[in-house]
Design a protein. Structure first.
Length: 263
């Protein structure tokens, strides 16, 4: 399975770029996908349209936007691009604005990039590693950081709940985004990291999905975790919908689980 450095070639890294607004920033990231033969201009437009249609839910952590669209014929192979902006821009995402880092994903399916997303979540969720990528002077230096140099392991704060708190029944938790393969996978990876810390992996099954599927499967689930924009579009689905501001924060996911299970 491809790792993060495998999917982000140095030719798809642009540092200290200038963008007038969020659309220009997304188009810069899409342009790198085009230049490296990963996707066509049609896919870049789809990434922009995704935000126009669904709101700025792709801004999943302070200063970070994860641009993507559904798999289509516009995607030639799975890959990613990395754009660090000289001056941050607003996406209209509230607390997570302004954005200084845009990472774009083009995927041929929902499988090949899952390991890379888990690695990216770890990179951005660790303060020291995030500082290192923000300060990397060249694409080569950034690639070195992505390969694991200068990284530390973040821990989830607070006392670890006992396994009995979740009961013996396996619960389903849905992480939801507009497409079911980008930000929802990001959130799934972070949540599973918290569950590993708690030792609750056997009790909770986490699935990433899109809004349409989430409505249809809500009756099967214990809760839905998603962004504020997607939560509004879902409406009342009959189960708790937890809004997560920072998809890379184990602390925030830890708090959401504690509230959900009253632990």
């Amino acid at each position: 399975m491809a790792s993060l450095p495998d999917l982000i070639h140095q030719d798809a890294i642009l540092l200290d770029a200038e963008a007038a607004d969020w659309q220009a920033a997304v188009r810069l990231a899409g342009g790198l996908l085009e230049q490296t033969g990963i996707a066509s201009a049609q896919y870049t437009q789809s990434m922009v349209d995704n935000v126009v249609d669904n709101g700025p839910y792709i801004v999943i952590a302070p200063g970070f936007a994860f641009a993507h669209a559904r798999p289509s014929e516009a995607v030639r192979r799975t890959g990613m691009s990395w754009v660090r902006l000289k001056e941050p821009v607003d996406f209209g995402s509230g607390e997570n604005d302004p954005v200084s880092l845009v990472v774009a994903l083009a995927a041929v399916d929902s499988r090949d990039h899952t390991h890379a997303l888990a690695e990216l979540s770890g990179v951005l969720g660790d303060e020291d590693t995030r500082a290192a990528v923000d300060a990397a002077p060249t694409p080569a230096a950034l690639t070195a950081v992505l390969r694991g140099e200068n990284s530390t392991t973040a821990s989830t704060a607070g006392e670890t709940p006992s396994r009995s708190s979740a009961g013996t029944e396996q619960h389903l938790i849905l992480t939801v985004c507009g497409n079911g393969l980008g930000t929802s996978l990001f959130l799934k990876n972070t949540l599973e990291g918290v569950l590993d810390t708690w030792g609750w992996g056997r009790h909770l099954n986490v699935e990433a999905t899109d809004t349409i599927s989430a409505r249809g499967r809500a009756s099967e689930a214990k809760a839905i975790l998603t962004s504020g924009e997607i939560a509004k579009s879902l409406g009342d689905v009959g189960i708790p919908v937890k809004v997560i501001e920072n998809f890379t924060s184990k602390d925030e996911l830890d708090s959401a689980l504690r509230e959900l299970y009253d632990v």
